[in-house]
Write a protein of this length. Structure first.
Length: 111
């Protein structure tokens, strides 16, 4: 292999099979995080999207009406090989999902 410069792979496929948490929910909804504070002046901030997000448990998905299909953008903890759930913000001493903490911190910063 010392003289090999490139290796090309043709027709590569990766398939993911799942029982979807034994759920057969039709369709899919997006989970949207927003502040619950009511102000007279509301400025929409809909240009923020997350390329990575927190994995919800099957129970959380079903309670929120979100399908339990495999998501390709969930963050995992490589040490434990498990999905990243609730995290602790040691600065503010609060816990929650990263997206929830972001919305809260963003609101507090710009309010």
């Amino acid at each position: 292999m010392e003289f090999v410069r490139d290796i090309y792979i043709k027709n590569f496929q990766c398939k993911l099979y799942s029982n979807n948490g034994m759920s057969d929910m039709e369709g899919d909804k997006d989970l949207i995080y927003m502040s619950d504070v009511m102000n007279n002046s509301i400025q929409s901030k809909d240009d923020i999207t997350f390329k990575f997000n927190t994995a919800l448990t099957t129970t959380e998905c079903l309670s929120k009406g979100i399908s339990t299909t495999a998501k390709l953008s969930n963050v995992i903890n490589m040490d434990s090989n498990s999905s990243l759930g609730r995290i602790q913000n040691k600065y503010t001493d609060t816990s929650g999902y990263a997206e929830e903490l972001y919305i809260n911190d963003y609101y507090l910063e710009y309010n």
